[in-house]
Design a protein around this ligand. Structure first.
Ligand code: SAM
Ligand code: SF4
Length: 325
């Protein structure tokens, strides 16, 4: 079992397989970064897997593949099969913008993937275009249909932004309710890479919108999930991911690995330790030592502020497209 320096059990590893993306979401990667990580610095799937096996053997039971856009990385289905074959009962999930799902969903399912989280910020083509800076909606909706058709579990993530998609919170709920899938609203997390022109919504403002014409009842956090769950009209469950809340980090169970091998203890902070050398040399003991150090030094909580979210010292300098959200 993996326990961090604050006594929290860590059993969840998020692995970003690329920082590249085919969208330019305003809250994540509004412009192409000045430079990408050079391809030769990217770890191969085999190298990433050396570390993942260590983490699984020591107590990780849940793995999420993310990015950038993970479906851009060639051979992803083979990587998923590698993980699945090593431990078939592992909770294996992927987060994607769905653009490439129409042509990949079946192969992902066949490889052993169980679940997908899909980002869907708008049901209006022009607003989806404005957020992703590309005409994406029709293809994203096709991708969601395909994922459901092949039998993958699906959850939807929406990041509500003031004056952009805040009038669509109930529309997204209705879209998901009709398809019997869960939606989780994610508070915009202020970061130095996002567009300066956007403003996020506080969790309580999101709930105010949901309450227009509906009843909601708080159910609470589900285990170590970052999502606080609510029941709408006593029948439909949705979630709110509210990292600005002070109790958000209490049960944090996760660490993150980037495509170049940086092991990151917390989404907010820049601190990381590289496992690249260890896995390239196949040095299991060294990889395990890096894991132990990162766990020991995992911060107690993030610094996103409820009161002053845009104040410079409260804005994270980490790039979400690099850490995988
Ligand atoms: N490209 C994939 C996607 O968009 O689903 C996976 C990577 S993306 C970085 C993972 C998640 O992070 C997405 O659900 C996205 O909405 C969320 N995200 C990115 N930047 C964010 C921010 N500044 N605040 C809140 N959520 C963010
Ligand atoms: Fe790409 Fe996902 Fe970031 Fe949007 S949120 S730019 S789809 S990595």
């Amino acid at each position: 079992m993996l326990i961090d320096g604050h006594g929290r059990t860590v059993n969840y590893l998020r692995v970003s397989v690329t920082e590249r993306c085919n969208f330019r979401c305003q809250y994540c990667m509004p412009e192409k970064p000045f430079s990408w990580v050079p391809r030769e610095n990217l770890l191969s799937f085999e190298e990433l897997f050396v570390f993942m096996k260590v983490a699984i053997d020591e107590g990780v039971t849940k793995i999420r593949i993310t990015g950038g856009e993970p479906l851009l990385r060639e051979g992803l289905d083979k990587f998923i099969k590698m993980i699945h074959d090593y431990k078939p009962d592992i909770d294996l999930a992927l987060t994607t913008n769905a653009y490439l799902l129409p042509q990949t969903a079946q192969a992902l399912k066949d490889a052993g993937l169980k679940r997908l989280n899909i980002s869907l910020d708008s049901l209006k083509p022009e607003i989806a275009h404005k957020i992703a800076q590309k005409d994406v909606l029709a293809q994203v909706l096709k991708g969601i249909d395909k994922a459901l058709e092949v039998g993958l579990g699906v959850k939807i993530n929406m990041v509500p932004l003031k004056g952009i998609n805040d009038d669509e919170i109930l529309d997204i709920i209705n879209y998901c309710r009709d398809r019997k899938i869960k939606v989780r609203f994610i508070e915009y997390m202020e970061n130095a890479h996002a567009s300066k022109a956007i403003e996020g919504m506080h969790g309580r403002e999101i709930l105010e919108k949901v309450k227009e014409g509906h009843t909601i009842r708080a159910l609470g956090r589900e285990g170590a999930s970052p999502s606080f769950n609510y029941l709408l009209d006593e029948e439909y469950e949705f979630g709110l991911i509210d990292p600005h809340k002070h109790d958000f980090c209490e049960n944090c169970n996760r660490i993150r690995l980037t495509a170049e091998g940086n092991l990151i203890p917390c989404l907010y902070f820049d601190e990381a330790m590289s496992i690249a050398k260890a896995v390239k040399e196949g040095d299991i003991e060294a990889a395990s030592e890096v894991l132990a150090t990162v766990l020991r030094d995992k911060p107690k909580e993030n610094r996103w502020s409820e009161e002053n979210p845009t104040e410079e010292k409260e804005v994270s300098t980490r790039a979400f497209y690099e850490t995988g959200g």
